[in-house]
Structures are given as structure tokens and as C-alpha cells.
Write a protein that binds this ligand. Structure first.
Ligand SMILES: Cc1ncc(COP(=O)(O)O)c(C=O)c1O
Length: 444
């Protein structure tokens, strides 16, 4: 597969042009990559009005993912999530304020989009969970929610895979959505690679209408590189309006370094990637089995994640510190879990180090008790809360106050209390559990 953006920028760099244009570094090496960090010079195309090399590169990605249209984001899935909700709003047919049905483990980017676009949310709560990060959703719960709504929601929005690697039954969820005349939007920030499994487990191949992938999370792409996918089943104007949707939330100076990286990734994905992926999955599978034999509790997750549930007496944060001392840095750790992410770019020695870092007798520890996620009462809308004057106060003084900005620990950036909800005792316990010391509340 060709790489039109990378070819153009390399050619531009080689010509040693006098750069009387932005950026101000003029291609001089300070970090080292400045030569490739260009702006929309003649021939470089323009991300939100793409007709040249960027359009050609995006067509390559569209073909790789088999969608109706895939466009690039240089500002992560966060930008795509805003664009997805905007597109869903263009499909609003009711008289009431548009509503989106969403699982409670939505990333904070979703909440920001809801506030900006003045949407209402009908939350789906997990049936059972020991973590903020997960929200299982059954067909029955979704069906009951949709059937009981006064107006058709503009979309059902779910996160799969979630931060712990849990995957939802997308085909069944999509079927319920379509039967109830709404679309399925998926936050697939953690699952770009799922397209390259055989058979594909990517949400767009399982029935989603629209979805975002953080290419940078699981593919060899620079941080910020992401895809917005529009499916063939989505309303026809979504594909046509995808660029307007992204432009609404993006900077007018998208990074060419990220665009080059996304462009080169097409070529990588079209060559040996599926084979490499298969080998990595086997390596991760063996690693998980070895840790299980040592007594560690490993969750059943998507294949590139290894999520370890900590036994009582050892927190994920303590274990992460121990891993760090062994020169292993994990993606995420909280009181109960450690999440490690692998890709074909990991080396053999990474697996060896990981197994040694876990080499201890975890049978000494007992089972953890499950965390109770709080279900706070809403006082005002998300938008009203986020657009209000706020103050930051210590968590111990927050009882009864209205949350102003989604209160998250980052990662995983999943709100414990949503803006506009009243902070209760359970929520304070969860804040303490996640080590959150202060919270933004609406000024009284
Ligand atoms: C589930 C989920 N959705 C969305 C995002 C936002 O993605 P990005 O960092 O690419 O903007 C994240 C980031 O960690 C995430 O974990």
C-alpha cells in the first residue's frame, strides 16, 4: 500500500527549502523530528478539506477497515467521540432535547461532548462490577431501556473494549439498536487492532454504525493518531459530513508528524501485520497461562491486554511500583487491577522481564473484596453543571455538593461522579479508593 503523505514530506525535507512558513522551528532539529513537521504548504493537502495526499491516504485506511469512510484524527479518539455525537445529533428527529443512551463507564471525552452539544444522557448501569472501568450490558437491559423511552435516542453509545480489556457482545447490541431504529456508536479506542484478527473482532465488522479507534493505543502510531470510522449501515450523510464533524472539534493546525505516522501505518497493516499479531497473541496467551500457574488471577480479556486482579493485601499500585523496580512499566494500576498492554512491537525480553517481575508467591494474599460503584442523584444537567462557576474543594468536604466537572482519576479518565450529580457517601468512598483528594463542585 502506498504512503503518499510520508513520501511528500520526505521529498519536501530533502529539497532543503527555505521555510518562510509555519512552524517557527523552520525545520531545524531541536527535538529531532522538526524537518518532517510541516504545515499546509503547496502539495501537502489540508486535513479538513482533503482532496490530495491526505484524501488518498484516508482512502487506503478506508479500504483496510472496509468501512464506508474512515477519516484521520490528530487529536485522538477524544476528537472522534465529539464528532460521533455531533453526527448522531444531525439525525435527531424528535421534538425533545436529543438523548443518547450510554453505558456508565464512558470516558470523560464523552461527557465533554455531551456538555458542549447540550445532550441528555440515559445511563445504563452495570449489573455487577468491581471496577469503574467495566459496564456489562445485556440485550434485555438495552431493549427495556429503549422500549421505555419517550423518544428514540440519537444513538446508543458503548465502550468496547473497556480499559480492563472487557469486550461487549456488539452483534447482539447492534441488533437491538437497529430493531429500535437507532444507531450504535462504539468507543473502540482500545481496539484498532481487532480488525486484523481472523475473523475480525472489530466493532465495525460486528454491526456498529460508527466508531472511533485510537490508532496510537494499539498500533505503531504516534500519540494522537486516531480513526473515525463510518459504517455502510450508518445514515448516508454521515460519510459525507465526517470532515465537517471532525473540523468542528479539531485544531486548524493538525500535526503532520501524526499524519505521516497514520499514513505509514497503512502500509504496515497491509503487509505482515496480521501474521505478527497472531504471534504476539500467542506470546501474551503463554505469559498469562504462566502467571495463572503461579497463582495470579488473570481476567479473560481481549487478547493484547493482560489484566491482573490483585489479591487482598497487595494493591495494584504497590504491584506497579514493584514492576517499575524491575524496569517494567504497566499501562494502568489501581487498588484492584494492573493492566499491561502488548503489541508486536514488544521484544522477547519484555515477556521475560514481565514474568520475572511477577515471580512471587501470591497465594500469601487473600481474595479482594469488590468495590461498590456509587449511583448518585442528578440535581442539574451535565451542561448546566459544566458551564457553571466552580470551586475545588477537598473530597472530605464534598458530601452533598453538586459535582461541577466529571471527577476522574486519570487513567482511566472514567468519571466516578458525573457533572450535575450530588456527591454522596458512597462516591466519597470511591474517590478515596482511587486516591482522589479534591473535586470540582458547583459554587453555591
Ligand atoms: C476508553 C477510552 N476512550 C477514549 C479515550 C480517549 O482517547 P484518546 O486519548 O485517543 O483521545 C481513551 C483514552 O485513554 C479511553 O481509554
Amino acid at each position: 500500500m502506498n504512503t503518499p503523505i510520508a513520501d511528500f514530506v520526505r521529498g519536501y525535507e530533502k529539497r532543503n527549502m527555505t521555510r518562510l512558513h509555519m512552524p517557527g522551528h523552520k525545520g531545524q532539529a531541536i527535538v529531532g523530528c522538526e524537518g518532517f513537521d510541516i504545515t499546509e504548504v503547496a502539495g501537502a493537502d489540508s486535513l479538513y478539506e482533503a482532496t490530495g495526499i491526505i484524501a488518498e491516504s484516508e482512502i487506503n485506511t478506508t479500504k483496510l477497515f472496509g468501512t464506508a469512510r474512515t477519516v484521520y484524527s490528530t487529536e485522538g479518539s477524544s476528537q472522534c467521540i465529539r464528532a460521533m455525537l455531533y453526527l448522531a445529533m444531525t439525525n435527531h428527529k424528535g421534538k425533545e432535547k436529543p438523548i443518547v443512551v450510554a453505558t456508565r463507564n464512558a470516558h470523560k471525552a464523552f461527557l465533554y461532548a455531551v456538555a458542549m452539544l447540550d445532550l441528555e444522557v440515559e445511563w445504563i448501569w452495570p449489573e455487577e462490577t468491581g471496577s469503574l472501568c467495566s459496564c456489562t450490558i445485556t440485550e434485555k437491559i438495552l431493549e427495556d431501556t429503549l422500549v421505555n423511552m419517550k423518544e428514540r435516542p440519537i444513538a446508543v453509545y458503548v465502550t468496547s473494549p473497556d480499559y480492563l480489556g472487557g469486550q461487549l457482545d456488539i452483534p447482539s447490541i447492534a441488533e437491538v439498536c437497529h430493531k429500535n431504529d437507532t444507531i450504535l456508536a462504539v468507543d473502540n479506542a482500545h481496539g484498532a487492532y481487532l480488525r486484523f484478527l481472523s475473523p475480525s473482532q472489530h466493532p465495525m465488522d460486528l454491526g456498529a454504525d460508527i466508531c472511533c479507534d485510537s490508532a496510537h493505543k494499539t498500533l505503531p502510531v504516534l500519540t494522537g493518531g486516531a480513526y473515525l470510522h463510518i459504517g455502510k449501515s450508518a445514515p448516508k450523510h454521515f460519510a459525507q459530513q465526517a470532515k465537517q464533524a471532525m473540523a468542528l472539534f479539531g485544531s486548524t493546525s493538525p500535526s503532520y508528524l501524526i499524519l505521516i505516522s497514520l499514513d505509514i501505518c497503512n502500509s504496515y497493516l497491509s503487509e505482515k501485520y496480521s501474521e505478527l499479531l497472531l504471534r504476539t497473541i500467542q506470546q501474551v496467551y503463554e505469559l498469562k497461562n504462566n502467571l495463572r500457574k503461579m497463582g495470579w488471577q488473570i481476567l479473560d480479556t481481549e487478547p493484547l491486554k493482560m489484566t491482573v486482579r490483585m489479591p487482598k493485601g497487595l494493591s495494584g499500585i504497590q504491584k506497579a511500583k514493584m514492576l517499575r523496580e524491575a524496569n517494567v512499566e504497566c499501562e494502568y494500576a489501581d487498588a484492584e487491577y494492573i493492566v499491561c498492554m502488548f503489541t508486536p512491537e514488544n521484544l522477547e525480553e519484555d515477556y521475560e522481564r514481565t514474568i520475572h517481575a511477577f515471580d512471587e508467591n501470591c497465594e500469601l494474599y487473600e481474595e479482594q473484596t469488590e468495590l461498590q460503584i456509587s449511583k448518585c442523584i442528578r440535581a442539574i444537567s451535565i451542561r448546566e453543571a459544566m458551564f457553571s462557576q466552580q470551586e475545588t474543594i477537598p473530597v472530605e468536604d464534598a458530601m452533598g455538593r453538586i459535582c461541577g466537572t466529571p471527577a476522574v482519576s486519570c487513567p482511566p479518565a472514567i468519571p466516578i461522579v458525573i457533572a450535575g450529580e450530588v456527591i454522596d457517601e458512597d462516591a466519597i468512598n470511591v474517590f478515596e479508593h482511587y486516591g482522589i483528594k479534591s473535586v470540582d463542585v458547583v459554587k453555591e
